[in-house]
Ligand binder design. Structure first.
Ligand SMILES: [Zn+2]
Length: 280
């Protein structure tokens, strides 16, 4: 009975979130692009500033570009590579070639994989500086939007733990992007920072059980959680342990492997889904 009530409540909330918008310029747009087993999120502020966090694998550059243009943008102000794994930064060199990009941000890493080197090469080819950011750095996007870098503090052994963990403040709302950072990193973050409740969480490491700890989720209590992963992927992401932990926080879970692209609008107070997405 309790479960039925909870499911009905979640369904009702989802329906309430579904609003068609005629004028996107009033809202912060968050578009999680379906790149299969990988990550890519495009964000546009009402003032017209654009942010791309990751671009999926090398082959995904077309989807990313098509979706940026579908949103009626033709530039990237802030290109951010969360870390050097190819499912995050594989396409960024090609995107850099094809679309006018202003600034590039990455964590410090000791990587030497092909996709990482291609991005470094293309940036230097275009005489673009790569801004290496770390814990404590801040990026002011516009008057209403600011990014706080929560991790990494130093170069870690595991590439996933070099992931940039980004807290984005838009008016009174918070959005959290944790890349593929593990529970160890989450635990370091919650001991160092008093994290706010978050409106939006890009679930860490494609829903792996090694990320999204109960302690972490209990603090940030995300209203909406988005998992980016490939349909029937070989890692079995998202893991059921993560889904259960998320469900216990009463967040609404959306998945790219089920819904494809996912678009949300934020007005500083509320978050709205663009379409009728299936929740998990
Ligand atoms: Zn990944």
């Amino acid at each position: 009975m309790r479960k039925f009530f909870l499911i009905s409540l979640i369904l009702l909330c989802s329906i309430l979130f579904i609003i068609k918008f005629n004028n996107h310029n009033k809202y912060l747009l968050v578009h999680v692009i379906d790149v299969g087993q990988g990550d890519s999120t495009f964000i546009a502020t009402p003032s017209g500033k654009t942010i791309l966090i990751d671009g999926g694998e090398d082959k995904n550059y077309r989807e990313v570009l098509v979706n940026i243009r579908k949103n009626k943008f033709n530039h990237i102000d802030y290109m951010i590579s969360s870390h050097s794994d190819s499912d995050h930064n594989g396409s960024l060199d090609k995107i850099l070639k094809k679309i006018n990009t202003n600034k590039i941000f990455m964590p410090k890493e000791n990587a030497d994989n092909k996709d990482y080197l291609e991005l470094i090469y293309e940036a230097s080819n275009q005489h673009k500086k790569i801004n290496r950011i770390k814990k404590g750095d801040k990026i002011q996007i516009d008057n209403d939007t600011k990014i706080f870098v929560l991790s990494p503090e130093s170069i870690k052994e595991k590439p996933n733990d070099n992931s940039l963990v980004l807290l984005i403040k838009y008016k009174n709302q918070f959005l959290l992007f944790t890349g593929d950072a593990s529970k160890d990193i989450e635990s370091k973050i919650i001991t160092k920072y008093r994290l706010p409740k978050c409106t939006f969480l890009k679930v860490g490491h494609h829903g792996s059980k090694n990320s999204s700890s109960k302690e972490f989720l209990d603090i940030i209590k995300p209203k909406i959680s988005v998992i980016s992963c490939g349909y029937m992927n070989r890692h079995s992401h998202p893991h059921k342990e993560t889904l259960n932990r998320l469900k216990n926080t009463n967040t609404i879970i959306y998945r790219t492997d089920i819904n494809g692209d996912l678009t949300f609008y934020l007005d500083g107070k509320n978050i709205y889904a663009k379409d009728t997405y299936q929740t998990n």
